[in-house]
Design a protein around this ligand. Structure first.
Ligand SMILES: Cc1cc2nc3c(=O)[nH]c(=O)nc-3n(C[C@H](O)[C@H](O)[C@H](O)COP(=O)(O)O)c2cc1C
Length: 268
């Protein structure tokens, strides 16, 4: 951590980031604030200057409840859905006569689309915090039934996919516990990657136990026991896996391997 003398307002804002797990109060987020946040999230770096994402600001409580399968429990009033969106680029390609263009021609594109949309979403989290607002990042949109969520939000069924949501709001709570952070020494490598030693692995397990979340309820020795025995298993489901793959292929953001051909696109 930087010494106090090096602290500035931006670093203070970053240090104060925390997730509010559906404990927002009734104070609404104004449209002006939504627009300030999204405008500044657009300042995040984006690959090839394509701005290949869209943001759907959900403020209708019914839509929000369906989006989160009821988990929000009326405790959230605003949610920004950050979605990959190649529809504008496809239209630009058509307008310029590049009819063969398909985003999935390069697997590389899939990574830049995900990276762009996540960079923008995290920038929204920081912008919101700087305005005195808290947030919760969630990946509901693809953990459940992505195709249904796309229909719910009236999203194009092709070239679009909701990746990450930023729930915004105010809270009266003051959660002290910041969860799931390893010390920087485990994460930062200079010049060459150093694999973790056995001793470091034990240290990391112990570090994760320091912030043993209250919802685990004491039945496991380690916080990670809960992750491996419950959370990972709860969300491991072959059908869900298949649905997500189908949805990405159907959205034309990924290609089924045997069908791949960029012929006609590559200039000889
Ligand atoms: C991709 C992603 C998905 C997440 N999904 C959820 C979620 O569905 N529900 C939830 O309560 N928190 C979710 N979180 C928030 C994490 O649980 C939270 O960041 C973590 O526990 C650390 O807590 P802190 O942000 O308060 O430090 C998600 C975070 C990320 C980055």
């Amino acid at each position: 951590m930087r010494r106090k003398a090096n602290m500035n307002e931006t670093l203070k804002t970053l240090q104060s980031l925390r997730s509010i797990h559906w404990q927002f109060n009734e104070k609404p987020v104004s449209r002006e604030d939504i627009e300030t946040i999204v405008e500044h999230s657009l300042r995040a770096a984006n690959s090839d200057n394509l701005t290949d994402y869209s943001v759907i600001a959900v403020t209708d409580p019914e839509i929000l409840s369906q989006l989160t399968e009821g988990e929000s429990g009326g405790q959230a009033l605003t949610c920004l859905v950050y979605a990959i969106d190649q529809t504008r680029i496809i239209k630009c390609a058509e307008a310029l006569g590049y009819d063969e263009y398909q985003p999935w021609h390069r697997l590389y594109n899939f990574f830049i689309m995900i990276a762009d949309v996540c960079a923008a979403a995290q920038t929204a989290v920081i912008a919101a915090k700087s305005l005195g607002m808290d947030s919760l990042v969630t990946n509901f949109s693809h953990r459940h039934k992505p195709q249904e969520i796309m229909k719910l939000l009236n999203m194009p069924q092709e070239y679009c996919f909701p990746v990450i949501q930023v729930v915004l709001g105010y809270t009266d709570k003051d959660p002290q516990q910041t969860r799931g952070r390893l010390a920087m020494k485990h994460v930062l490598h200079y010049d060459r990657y150093e694999p973790a030693s056995e001793a470091e692995v034990q240290e990391m397990i112990a570090e994760m136990d320091l912030v043993y979340p209250e919802y685990i309820g004491g039945q496991y020795k380690h916080a990670l026991d809960w992750y491996f025995n419950e959370w990972f298993i709860e969300w491991y489901d072959e059908q869900v896996y298949q649905d997500l793959c189908d949805c990405l292929i159907h959205s034309k953001l990924l290609c089924e391997r045997p069908g791949f051909s960029a012929e006609g696109l590559i200039r000889k």
